[in-house]
Write a protein that binds this ligand. Structure first.
Ligand SMILES: [Zn+2]
Length: 508
């Protein structure tokens, strides 16, 4: 009997918004920053905090036969600004210590996002992979999953055997991609050699145009998937994180071939050419605040009208937004919209007020009293405390399904005809549990506002089909209107910030 393979489990996961305030250690601790036995204990729970890709990897390995998981470090934060360099170094040190103590290893699995930046490193994911490779050597398989919003670097490709990005947006294939990583690692144990190539295009599609149900990105990903074969192990088309503002901005195609790198290169070029030719299809379709307000008002006045959902993609905590802008709330409140649910506003002092005053209390709600950002304008209104929450929920549907989402202290308050879920930790509203934790049914609302760019679609689709969803064009740190942002580090020219320039797929 061969010894069970010892496989390290680790990862650094941050989607960094170059326009957002710096991400600090507390942001990771509140989501996941666990090493060794603590990480093992989390992974053994029915609803772990660890990424779905790691869970999928573990399940697939266990199904395949005996193996020895070696949990090293998992550090993951909600999307935010670049991570503070000193804390990133702390993560690297913990990874280095853990890996060295765990040697010899047969393989390393990483659950990375791929769009990280640190205040002193524009390619921390590449730094993590290079560190891993330097410790385990060139022969040990190193495979990582990536978000399809990853800004992939050549160093990331050079220091791994395979990069496996999500193919769905909303990301409902985390478990499958983890299982795919396991399958490829098992192939490598059996002797398969992998060779990858990556190509970057000078284009940054706004995230709202990157759905995979239909549209240009769906067409591109689907095309790539038709090319999987005995020669081609994986096709990862990462449209990237447009808000990163990093030298690595740009859509990438990474192809992993079995053996023959030339085949990976040829396919990457083919897909890149198609992506570039299709670039003008990535156009956000948004409604103005005035149009949204009129729609919400019409719904509250006429119960026979189908209810509608308004997304606030410009203030998406899932993209580095603060989850506290009040443009839609203010407009809907002034107009007298009723039967409306809003999830989730991040405002710790307001939650504290609600908890102190207690259920049933009437008070003046003062949103954003400490103004953490220029877009987070103050908003004051008569309010009532309806309920105090438990502080977390286990996702029921969509991208957070089966995993614990930590909200910090939480309250439900009512402002006019709008019920607002107020939380203390930044989280996007992607699961109906955001409301159901308070006994609110989204099907009973006349309108719903979510602080989310697009992941909510996989959670709210029981009630809100795409034709009943509108993205509202208001200011914010995660606006899909990229031309409104002051890019400093992204390579130029880049589409759509620059429009009149040519780009050719390299000939050789
Ligand atoms: Zn993503």
């Amino acid at each position: 009997m061969p010894q069970p393979k010892r496989i390290a489990l680790m990862g650094f996961s941050l989607e960094a918004n170059g326009f957002a305030p710096v991400t600090v250690k507390a942001d990771f601790v509140n989501q996941i920053y666990l090493a060794g036995d603590e990480l093992a204990a989390d992974l053994a729970k029915p609803a772990p905090r660890a990424p779905g890709t790691m869970i999928g990897f573990m399940r697939a390995m266990t199904t395949a036969g005996p193996w020895t998981p070696v949990p090293i470090v998992m550090a993951g934060s909600p999307p935010g600004g670049p991570v503070e360099q000193a804390f990133f170094q702390e993560i690297l040190d913990a990874m280095e210590r853990g890996l060295k103590a765990a040697l010899p290893l047969d393989g390393v699995f990483l659950a990375e996002h791929g769009a990280g930046t640190a205040t002193g490193d524009h390619d921390p994911d590449g730094t993590v992979f290079a560190l891993v490779r330097s410790i385990v050597g060139p022969k040990v398989p190193v495979i990582s999953t990536l978000d399809l919003h990853a800004n992939v670097s050549q160093r990331m490709v050079d220091n791994t055997d395979a990069l496996i990005a999500f193919i769905t947006n909303p990301h409902v294939d985390m478990i499958e991609r983890g299982a795919e990583a396991a399958a490829l690692m098992l192939e490598m144990f059996a002797g398969t050699r992998l060779a990858a190539d990556m190509l970057r295009m000078p284009m940054i599609p706004p995230s709202v145009t990157m759905g995979t149900a239909s549209g240009p990105y769906a067409d591109l990903i689907n095309y790539g998937q038709t090319k999987l074969s005995r020669d081609i192990a994986n096709v990862s088309v990462c449209a990237g994180f447009s808000l990163g503002d990093t030298p690595l901005n740009g859509m990438t195609v990474t192809v992993t071939a079995r053996g023959d790198k030339a085949k990976a290169t040829a396919l990457a070029r083919d897909i890149a050419g198609r992506a570039w030719a299709d670039r003008k299809r990535y156009v956000p379709k948004m409604v103005s605040l005035e149009e949204a307000t009129a729609m919400a008002l019409a719904c509250s006045r006429d119960p026979s009208k189908p209810s509608v959902l308004f997304a606030d993609p410009a203030d998406n905590p899932g993209g580095g937004g603060r989850g506290n802008t009040t443009y839609i709330l203010d407009a809907f409140h002034k107009a007298g919209v009723t039967g409306c649910l809003l999830g989730m506003m991040v405002d710790p002092p307001l939650v504290e007020d609600a908890i102190k005053l207690g259920v049933g209390a009437k008070f003046i709600a003062r949103f954003n009293r400490d103004r953490p950002h220029e877009f987070s304008l103050p908003f004051t209104a008569d309010a009532r405390v309806i309920a105090i929450g438990k502080g977390s929920y286990v996702g029921r549907r969509g991208v957070h399904q089966g995993r614990t989402t930590n909200l910090g202290a939480t309250a439900l308050i009512e402002v006019g005809g709008i019920k607002i879920v107020v939380i203390s930790l930044r989280q996007q509203c992607a699961d109906p549990m955001a409301f159901e934790q308070f006994g609110l049914a989204i099907a009973a609302a006349r309108s719903v506002i979510v602080k989310s760019r697009g992941h909510f679609r996989a959670g709210f689709d029981e009630v809100f089909t795409n034709d009943r969803i509108h993205e509202v064009d208001v200011p914010g740190l995660t606006t899909p209107r990229l031309e409104r942002l002051a890019y400093k580090r992204a390579p130029r020219p880049i589409f759509p910030l620059d429009k009149d320039f040519e780009w050719q797929v390299p000939a050789d």
